[in-house]
Structure formats: C-alpha cells, structure tokens
Design a protein around this ligand. Structure first.
Ligand SMILES: Cc1cc2nc3c(=O)[nH]c(=O)nc-3n(C[C@H](O)[C@H](O)[C@H](O)COP(=O)(O)OP(=O)(O)OC[C@H]3O[C@@H](n4cnc5c(N)ncnc54)[C@H](O)[C@@H]3O)c2cc1C
Length: 497
C-alpha cells in the first residue's frame, strides 16, 4: 500500500505564507515528508509587499521600510541578497525624517505624574488631546497674537497638532485616533536601529524566499472561497473529502483541493469579511473566541498616491532647475473663515507630499482612513485637480515657484488597499476595546494539538495580524510564518525546528 504524504496548503503568497513555505521546504528532509502547496488568489506573489514602476522610477506600492535593523530577519535577508545598493535611484533613498516629537515623550512623563498613570480604554486620540490642553494650559497667559500670515498663535498650534495627529494616522492605520487603544499600542515593539528602504526593491526579499520552492508549488490565481474543516464539536466526517484528508478547500473557479493542514495567511480585512454570515469562508464557522478577536481588532487603510510632475515649458520655471520640496502641510480646520474652500476635504488630512528621492519628478503622498477610501473612489482627473489646487495654495508665496499655478501633474498611480478584495485594508492596530490577547487568539490553531475527536492542527493562522508585538510589519508577518511552519515541524517531529 502506498501511503500518501501529509498535504500542507498555505493560503496566500505574502511574506508570511512564503516564509512558512520556505521554512517547511528547507528544513532538513522535511520536503520529502510533506506535499506542499501555496495557493494565491492574486496574479503575483508578495501581497502587501509590491515593488513596481511608475514613469521609469522604482516605487513601493506597499511596504517601504525595514523597521529597525538589529535582529530584523527582513534586514538579514535583504543583506544576504545584497539588495541595499542599486544603480538606479529608489524611493526614500535619502532616508525618512523622523517626524516623531520629543515633546510627546516628555509630556508622557508629566502626564503620568499628574494623572497617576494611564486609565483603561484610553485612546491615543484623547491622550494627545489631553497633551494639547495641558500644553495650552501652560501658555494660557500668552496673548493670542497673529504669528504668521493670518494664523493666530492658537490656530497655528491647533494646525500643527492636527498635522502630527495625521502623521500618526498614517503610521498606525487608525483612521480615527479616538479608536486607537493607548495601552494595547504600547505593547508594539520595533527592532532597534535605523529604518531602511530596500534599494533594489522590497520584492527582492519575496523573490528570495520563493526561489527555493520548485516550480508548481506556488499556484497563482487560486482564490479560496471556502475552507471546510472538521471541528471538535462536529462528528468527524471525512466522507466529503478523499477519505483521509480533513480539510477541503473550495476555490472561486469551482475546483477543490484536499489537505491535512492549511496555514491561513490572508489579511485581517479578509478575515473580517470572511466571518460575516453572508460570506461563510469557514465551514463550520470559526469558534467564538476567534470571531470576537477578529471583530475587535482594528484594520485600517493607508494608501500612497504617486504623481508625476508634468514638464513645464515656461522657461523661467523648468522643473530641472528647482527641487520640489519635502512638504509638510498644515491646514486651517475645515469651515474656518480662512480655510481655502477649493482645497478638497479628502486632502485636508494629508500631511506629506515629497519627491520619492531628491530631484525626482515623481512625488508621493500618503492617505489614511475615510480620506484614503474616498481617494480610491475618485477618477485620476479629480485627483490631479485636487492636488494641483492644493499645491498652488501652499506654494503661492514660495520663492522657488514664481508661478505656482504652473505646478501640474501628467499622471498618477493610486494604491487601492482598502477596496482590493484580496486585502480590504492595509494593516492592523489595537482598537479601543481590543488588546494584545486578541492577536494571540487569532494565532491559535484549530483544532488544538491535543484534540480528541478530530485530527489536530487542520487550520493554522499566520500573517501580521497574528503577531502580538510586531503586527502591521513585514518582519512581524515573516516571523508568524516561521512560527506556524515550526508548529507543523514539531508536530511531525522534524529536526531543525
Ligand atoms: C501602504 C502600505 C505600507 C506599508 N509599509 C510598511 C513598512 O514600511 N514596513 C513594514 O514593515 N510594513 C509595512 N506595511 C505592512 C506590511 O506590508 C504587511 O504587514 C505585510 O506585508 C503583511 O504580510 P502578510 O503575509 O501577513 O499578508 P499579505 O501580504 O496580505 O499576504 C496575504 C496574501 O493572501 C492573499 N489572499 C487573500 N485572500 C485570499 C484568498 N481568499 N485565497 C487565496 N489567497 C488570498 C493575498 O492576495 C495576499 O497575497 C505596509 C503595508 C501597506 C499596505
């Protein structure tokens, strides 16, 4: 009798899925033990890591930075494959300015002293607002004079405060900082050291992980519509399968595949959609502790917008002769008398717009939350008009741009992470009402190792949203893939775990 090898199917060819596949395949002798397959719903590998081209420049549609280099496995891979140097310029090649402010950290010390610590369910939004009130209280005797072109001291302080709030919205993906939990967020850890972009492109890390897998292991265009598994509560039913394998995957084209173990690495956005009654991604549905954790955790939208400056034929203002600045924008609150009505609302919470590297004619800007979703829904012309109008207002008095109305854009590329059905958002955060425990709950395999009625470890979970302290990052996602590969290697008592 020929015994079949256990079949392991990894759902999703992002960094978590490929890290798991790489580990399972390269651990000594294990590739002879398993039948391994990675099924990816899209037509490329990499998921939220996606290096592309725009107007001749290399750009990152998704992840851009290695967050901290000391001990970071993504840094290690990028270094091993020599991807920190490139003949071509790359996005952020000068490094990003750290916009975080020491003042916030100092305020925290004072705040702790005066308030006796941080209360439960405090949001980052209300913490920051308390900080501003505290700061204003210190300065309340100062006169509210005009400090700069129609800006009073307090309106400028409010404007700068909103600018920092918006930068934090982009970092955290929480569209509204009132929904971002203070205590939960403080569990997040980066590796020490600099943040670095990858000169040859972030996708090189993905290509390196995938390069060990034989042709045919990764299958593109294979979107999973339903995962049928055997829960502890149901009777064991292998009749629907091929008689031995407990998991049956249904693909959107109607085909099926049987497996002993699946590692689900789809985004938290896809899981949130998948647990809705009308979706039925899991059959039987996931247990309550999982669905509650999925519902409680936050998953926000952060999008980049790339714009190409059109060459200007006005002799006095050729783009070659001037550098488009690294702009940080402070807006009057909408509705304020001095606010410029022509600047659209969807751009008023955007803080940064800058060339992707010095002297590039490609600019990048970041959007978060509702404004990102609105930007995704607009057509290119509306976006070009909105950004051009905003730039004209901001640069009207600039000495570099004698004719600020001449700033025009010829082409744009917008990310659509919020509405792309394979992602439905950008990355996770700890929403008020959730906690680090929810990431751990999401990481738990089903059924557990000691399950009595059913084959254990049928459905395992990896991906950035299953990392308690490194969610929202590429290294967090990578390490969860390794964690789940190791879980299976231990189960099969393979060496090298
Ligand atoms: C705009 C943006 C900027 C970012 N910047 C940074 C940064 O600078 N640094 C950093 O560390 N991180 C950053 N991140 C986060 C980082 O990209 C992610 O945390 C990480 O890539 C997630 O990897 P993953 O494997 O968990 O998920 P994913 O990359 O989402 O992989 C999951 C895969 O599953 C596939 N899939 C989904 N549904 C199905 C289905 N039904 N059937 C089959 N396949 C399916 C998807 O197509 C996808 O390929 C950024 C993300 C975004 C969007």
């Amino acid at each position: 009798m020929v015994t079949q090898k256990p079949k392991i199917v990894i759902i999703g060819a992002g960094v978590a899925g490929l890290a798991a596949a790489n580990k399972l395949y390269t651990t000594q002798n294990s590739n002879k033990l398993f039948d391994l397959c990675v099924v990816e719903g899209g037509n490329r590998i990499g998921g939220r890591i996606f290096t592309s081209n725009f107007c001749g420049d290399k750009i990152e549609i998704g992840a851009t930075w290695i967050h901290g280099i000391e001990g970071n496995p993504i840094y290690k891979i990028a270094q091993e494959i020599n991807s920190f140097q490139s003949d071509q310029p790359w996005e952020c090649m000068e490094g990003e300015k750290n916009l975080e402010n020491e003042v916030c950290r100092k305020f925290l010390e004072k705040f702790n002293l005066e308030n006796g610590g941080i209360e439960k369910n405090l949001s980052i939004g209300s913490f920051l607002r308390k900080g501003l009130d505290f700061y204003c209280g210190l300065n309340k005797d100062q006169e509210n004079v005009e400090v700069f072109e129609n800006w009073s001291r307090t309106s400028l302080e409010e404007g700068v405060f909103s600018m920092y709030e918006n930068i934090h919205r982009h970092y955290s993906a929480a569209g509204d900082l009132g929904t971002l939990d203070f205590n939960g967020e403080s569990e997040y850890c980066d590796f020490p050291g600099d943040d670095l972009p990858i000169a040859k492109g972030y996708s090189k890390v993905i290509e390196s992980l995938a390069s060990v897998l034989p042709a045919g292991v990764i299958q593109l265009g294979r979107k999973v519509a339903k995962i049928e598994w055997q829960s502890d509560d149901c009777c064991l039913n292998l009749e629907s399968g091929d008689g031995t394998k407990p998991v049956k995957l249904h693909f959107s084209d109607g085909s099926v595949m049987y497996a002993d173990h699946v590692i689900v690495t789809v985004s938290l956005g896809v899981l949130k959609q998948g647990i809705r009654e009308d979706s039925g991604l899991f059959s039987p549905p996931l247990p309550k502790f999982k669905t509650e954790a999925i519902s409680r955790l936050g998953f926000g939208v952060v999008d980049k917008l790339f714009l190409q400056l059109s060459p200007n034929h006005d002799e006095n203002v050729g783009y070659d002769e001037m550098d488009f600045p690294f702009m940080q924008m402070v807006f009057h609150p909408s509705g304020a008398i001095l606010s410029h009505p022509k600047i659209p609302l969807w751009i008023r919470k955007t803080t940064l717009i800058n060339p992707i590297y010095p002297k590039s004619s490609v600019l990048v800007s970041w959007f978060a939350g509702e404004e990102a979703i609105e930007m995704e829904s607009l057509d290119d012309e509306e976006i070009i008009n909105g950004v051009s109008t905003t730039m004209s207002q901001f640069l009207a008095n600039s000495k570099h741009f004698k004719n600020s109305n001449s700033i025009k854009f010829s082409k744009i590329l917008k990310c659509k992470w919020g509405t792309d059905p394979l992602f439905l958002g950008s990355y996770s955060y700890v929403a008020v009402g959730s906690s680090g425990d929810d990431f751990d709950a999401l990481a738990e395999p089903l059924p557990k190792e000691n399950s009595k009625n059913c084959p254990p470890l049928q459905v395992l979970f990896a991906g950035e949203a299953t990392s308690r302290t490194q969610y929202s990052t590429t290294h967090g996602a990578y390490l969860t893939g390794i964690r789940e590969a190791n879980r299976l290697l231990e189960h099969f008592q393979c060496v090298d775990v």
